[in-house]
Write a new protein. Structure first.
Length: 241
């Protein structure tokens, strides 16, 4: 079988998929963090792999940048490839001046300027939120690993180059931690498809100070988030089995 954007057979994807925005990061995760990883799709260089972590099958597939791209891969994985859970592993720009770079955020709530969630879930005022069971697992594993997981509200934007010069200050005042470009699409689609989702984000640049992670710091933090996300993926695979 194949879908318009994924050229894989049914069963090629594990029930739980880690999803970075960057296709090269999907390759990096497969090569450096999974065992026996195999490329299962690569249309438009949107690479997807399946391997094992601690003996459990896990997949990784890129979302590309932004909700229109991400929604294509998320829909095809959930609807046609039997994927139960997507865990986004991304980076975000920080609004909140007190939130340190290198922090790892679990997006427990999401607001957006995108029309995609409203289009999928009309007449629903419900919050865009992750699967509560995944949040509970993430908190338990963070405690076990002594990882300081920050929980909070994130903003998913359709525009990286934001025209509103006051956005950072206004969002920080409203208690929004950071900005990225895919989480609202993921949470809306998971709800629409009746599946599971969680978004984990590394804080990569400070929008107030302009400070950003060096490439070495970025790599260390990303590795930390990827290992953490894989442990959540293993716990979730056991929970849905
Ligand atoms: N804006 C939007 N998305 C992002 C950013 C940002 O500053 N940093 C990482 N992803």
């Amino acid at each position: 079988m194949s879908t318009p954007h994924i050229d894989a057979e049914m069963g090629d994807f594990a029930p739980v998929v880690l999803m970075p925005g960057d296709p090269l990061r999907a390759t990096y995760i497969a090569e450096q963090h999974l065992e026996d990883a195999r490329l299962v799709t690569n249309i438009r260089n949107a690479s997807g792999y399946t391997g094992t972590y601690e003996g459990v099958r896990v997949s990784v597939m890129t979302s590309g940048m932004g909700m229109p791209s991400a929604a294509i891969y998320m829909t095809e994985l959930y609807r046609f490839y039997g994927v139960e859970t997507i865990i986004r592993v991304g980076t975000a720009g920080v609004f909140d001046p007190s939130l340190e770079l290198r922090s790892i955020v679990a997006a427990t709530e999401c607001i957006t300027n995108s029309s995609i969630p409203g289009h999928l879930l009309p007449n629903q005022d419900s919050l865009l939120a992750p699967t509560q069971e995944l949040v509970t697992m993430a908190v338990r594993i963070a405690n076990q690993e002594s990882l300081d997981l920050v929980m909070g509200k994130v903003f998913s934007t359709d525009l990286f180059y934001e025209p509103d010069q006051n956005l950072t200050v206004d969002m920080a005042a409203d208690g929004v931690l950071c900005v990225e470009m895919e989480t609202a699409g993921l949470y809306a689609l998971a709800k629409y498809e009746g599946r599971r989702a969680l978004s984990l984000l590394t804080m990569s640049d400070h929008l107030t100070t302009g400070e950003s992670l060096s490439s070495a710091e970025r790599q260390v933090t990303l590795d930390e988030m990827i290992e953490f996300a894989l442990k959540v993926a293993v716990a979730d695979s056991e929970a849905i089995d």
